[in-house]
Design a protein around this ligand. Structure first.
Ligand SMILES: [Zn+2]
Length: 351
């Protein structure tokens, strides 16, 4: 038994030895990696030298294995990326759905409040974070009665958020305590102004159910503004309107075209190709007559509602009106008032 085992071992040894001896051509100076002065991997042409098929075979096998391993790693990497992208897309879809669902409740309440959709009169006495239900609030605290602040220019950067003194993404309205229309359709959203220490304060009675949006759209070198409802639907759909200022209560001032400013002291004002007053509740509009100095034609509006340079005698008794704005003419100015009764009236004053 031992003898047989020994014989088998000897046979096996010779067999293995024979195999390797046959395989590699270890002649000195050959292309075998086991050869003395091996030429393998020395950047030398094989022609005229002794080659080693065994080494070639091993290298080929190694290369195939390496290729397979690389492919396996590549496949694994691609699968991981695909899985990651799928997860991202699913998270995005879920987030969009969550936003839509959240908006839905807010939007429905907003639409119910909207006077154009048949509200029953006074909004219900609901307040969230000091903000009245149904009103579009402005996290940017934009002074919507300032013509200066309401003029936006093409390629203008983010607005300064006065709460945090930072430039940040505030292109949304806050309605019923929630952000709405938080997307890139609108570049700026301006609603009821939130004043620090006076949260929810709305002295100028900005109407419910509507907000001022500056679209992500440039037409004829000017931005496009519109009044929008809680679904983002544009009220005017008129791309000529570049600038909208809240006059007072249901009255707005709509300016068309590219703004030019300012005139010289004390007649500070911005010139627009055209402008009109608009009553959101009644739909009443009033075209402001253009000034015609020479061949030019424009409406020059003072820089802010209730903020023009005025002599006391040029103004009516403050107890009789809600707001005024001064429009500069060639020889005379016109002061437009919204009376306590909500009527648009005007006086001519010296320039
Ligand atoms: Zn070899």
């Amino acid at each position: 038994m031992i003898r047989i085992k020994f014989l088998l071992s000897v046979l096996l040894f010779f067999a293995v030895n024979q195999l390797s001896a046959q395989s590699h051509v270890t002649t000195p100076g050959s292309f075998c990696k086991y050869a003395k002065n091996s030429l393998r991997n020395k950047n030398i042409y094989a022609e005229g030298h002794t080659i080693c098929p065994a080494c070639d075979k091993e290298d080929e096998k190694e290369a195939t294995a390496r290729k397979a391993e690389n492919k396996r790693r590549e496949d694994a990497k691609n699968a991981a990326i695909a899985a990651e992208n799928l997860a991202k897309q699913r998270a995005l879809d879920a987030e969009m759905k969550r936003k839509r669902d959240a908006d839905k409740g807010v939007t429905e309440l907003g639409l119910k409040m909207s006077p154009t959709k048949g509200s029953t009169g006074a909004p219900p006495p609901v307040e969230i974070d000091g903000m009245k239900a149904g009103y579009f609030y402005d996290d940017g605290q934009t002074d919507n009665q300032s013509v200066s602040y309401m003029i936006y220019y093409p390629n203008q950067s983010e607005r300064n958020n006065q709460i945090y003194k930072l430039y940040s993404d505030i292109n949304y309205f806050v309605l019923n305590g929630k952000k709405i229309l938080d997307n890139d359709e609108f570049k700026y959203c301006i609603g009821v102004r939130r004043v620090p220490g006076q949260v929810g304060h709305n002295t100028a009675n900005f109407p419910p159910g509507v907000g001022i949006a500056v679209l992500n759209k440039i037409v004829d070198d000017h931005v496009v503004s519109d009044l929008v409802d809680a679904t983002g639907k544009r009220l005017f759909n008129n791309d000529n309107i570049s600038t909208i200022v809240h006059f007072t209560d249901d009255w707005f001032i709509l300016m068309e075209g590219k703004p030019f400013g300012l005139g010289g002291h004390p007649y500070y004002g911005y010139q627009f190709p055209a402008a009109k007053f608009y009553n959101y509740k009644t739909g009443e509009t009033f075209d402001i007559p253009n000034a015609q100095p020479g061949s030019r034609s424009y409406v020059q509006i003072s820089a802010a509602v209730n903020g023009s340079y005025m002599l006391a005698r040029e103004l009516r008794d403050a107890s009789t009106y809600r707001a005024y704005i001064r429009i500069y003419g060639r020889d005379k100015s016109t002061v437009y008032f919204i009376t306590n009764e909500g009527k648009l009236e005007w006086d001519e004053v010296n320039k």
